[in-house]
Unconditional design. Structure first.
Length: 280
């Protein structure tokens, strides 16, 4: 079988030798390997893909002494297993469509048992992809709390590992953000930092910007301040209309979010404090 192994510890000599030696001792064949030593925090990060005839437990047992020796954190994941993802949405279809399309095509290793939205606009889209759809209107504080409780229930019911905010236009509570830290990804409609508030593309057009983009990041209690996973931009000129800028922005948002989810699902994102280490 094929596994992904990630390892984080304080940087020092002998780590790569010890990890690869343990994998070879477990009859593993390393097919991909990436590493990074952070000069800012003194931490070491590594991601390895391994083909191995042994059981997952035997590989983990072989790696345990290395983790103990370097006081590190080792994780093993099954490369073939699809990540179970919950998609949260509002009215905009482009990100939901991109996620479900790539998942159906097999280019995004997730399975989506449910799209949960605060409007019913995207029910036909979810139906087209054969994905269950629910919506609950959010009209006040109590309704917002009830919706968040439904999110929690859906996570438990469907064994959800990742929550994807696919242009979901509501703020999650600090308690939810803390409980599901590094398990919630959002897409922001700008190359952060950028224009905030209503209709950012109109603001960008008025200011004559030359780049527009999108940022995928982890959700934290601090709005749009979570660790950044992926950013993409597109050049624009004064000749672009507001509508054309919106269209370009939607395309970038969809591509950026799909790639960020793919990175997460392939276990390519590790945290170095408030920064991400992304092995793309």
């Amino acid at each position: 079988m094929r596994s992904v192994v990630t390892f984080i510890c304080a940087d020092g000599p002998g780590i790569v030798h010890a990890l690869t030696g343990a994998i070879v001792a477990a009859q593993g064949n390393i097919t991909e390997s990436q590493q990074y030593s952070s000069p800012d925090t003194g931490r070491f990060f590594m991601r390895i893909e391994v083909d191995h005839p042994t059981s997952p437990g035997e590989l983990e047992e072989a790696l345990a002494p290395v983790a103990a020796r370097f006081t590190g954190r080792v994780r093993r994941y099954d490369s073939a297993r699809l990540i179970r993802a919950l998609v949260l949405a509002s009215r905009a279809p482009h990100c939901v469509d991109a996620l479900l399309s790539h998942a159906r095509a097999g280019s995004l290793p997730i399975t989506t048992p449910l799209v949960l939205a605060n409007h019913d606009d995207l029910a036909p889209l979810a139906s087209f992809y054969g994905v269950a759809f629910e919506h609950q209107a959010i009209s006040g504080a109590s309704a917002k709390q009830a919706f968040e409780q439904r999110i929690r229930a859906a996570i438990a019911e469907h064994d959800i590992e990742l929550v994807i905010l696919a242009r979901y236009m509501q703020i999650l509570s600090p308690e939810f953000c803390e409980d599901f830290a590094t398990r919630v990804i959002n897409i922001h409609h700008s190359f952060l930092p950028g224009f905030k508030g209503a209709d950012p593309y109109a603001q960008a057009h008025a200011r004559g910007v030359k780049l527009i983009g999108a940022t995928a990041h982890y959700v934290t209690a601090e709005l749009d301040e979570g660790p950044i996973i992926e950013q993409r931009v597109a050049p624009v000129t004064h000749a672009r209309t507001i509508q054309r800028m919106r269209e370009i922005g939607r395309d970038i948002e969809a591509v950026t979010l799909v790639h960020a989810v793919k990175l997460w699902a392939e276990h390519r994102i590790l945290l170095d404090g408030v920064r991400t280490v992304v092995f793309d």
